[in-house]
Design a binder for this molecule. Structure first.
Ligand code: FPP
Length: 239
């Protein structure tokens, strides 16, 4: 969809977000952490819709990391339940919402029903307005290891020689193959770390760190992050 306001510069075509601060949001209200994740899922819905109206083509979100399994089984089950519910709804409303899906991460560790929902969503994904890339059981280092392993397998099978390996070729083995790198990565909640998110793809991304907790993150916060991005002078290592 075209940007609605022609007086504004075009938004980045790919925005990535570390949806952080759900636990603190819940704690401040005396609620269980799962209530924070539920509010985080609502925030995600709002922001995905807003990205569509802005004309953002790709939205990548960190929904569950390879390290998040260390959380209590109750919290992990709560996050998985929210994802299941969201994907069930999204599968019904795909044509209306014009959102399609990709999943970055090792899905084999997820429950069989959630794996099926992910595969169904990916299979039905046409070229809609916005592509949401859900990072699920995702880690940036793990992604690079998996890619290197698959390249090594192709070498062993005689499909490639070791010297064929270039940045472009390796990119094609990543979960994000064919997706352009994000121009803008947003981390709300006041933390200033990359936390193993899109390590390869973020080589030239602009990071915007914000103090708002993810469940409170609003369309105007996204506008603010995009304005900050436009103020930066992206040089890609040049002068
Ligand atoms: C980080 O905040 C958040 C997560 C590990 C989970 C993110 C999951 C969701 C927003 C729900 C997923 C569902 C959909 C439909 C998108 P934190 O828990 O680490 O917060 P804290 O640092 O304040 O404790």
């Amino acid at each position: 969809m075209a940007p609605t306001d022609i007086t504004k510069p075009a938004p980045p075509q790919h925005i990535a977000i570390i949806m952080d601060g759900n636990g603190r949001w819940a704690k401040k209200r005396g609620l269980p952490r799962t209530a924070g994740h539920a509010a985080g899922a609502e925030s995600f819905r709002r922001i995905a819709n807003y990205c569509r109206t802005l004309g953002v083509r790709y939205l990548t979100v960190y929904a569950f990391s390879t390290e998040n399994w260390k959380r209590s089984s109750e919290e992990v089950a709560g996050i998985m339940k929210l994802l299941r519910r969201y994907l069930e709804e999204a599968l019904q409303d795909m044509e209306k919402n014009r959102v399609c899906f990709r999943f970055f991460g090792d899905l084999s560790k997820l429950s069989p029903d959630l794996q099926k929902l992910c595969h169904d969503a990916e299979k039905r994904s046409e070229d809609y307005d916005v592509q949401v890339n859900f990072c699920l059981n995702y880690g940036g280092r793990d992604e690079i290891v998996q890619a290197a392993r698959r390249f090594a397998e192709d070498v062993a099978a005689g499909k490639h020689n070791p010297e064929d390996l270039t940045e472009d070729l390796l990119s094609g083995y990543l979960y994000s193959a064919d997706v352009p790198d994000p121009e803008l990565i947003i981390r709300p909640s006041g933390e200033k770390r990359t936390s193993n998110f899109l390590l390869w793809q973020s080589a030239y991304s602009e990071y915007v760190f914000m103090n708002v907790l993810w469940p409170d993150f609003s369309p105007s916060d996204l506008d603010e992050a995009i304005e900050e991005y436009h103020r930066r002078n992206r040089r890609f290592g040049g002068t």
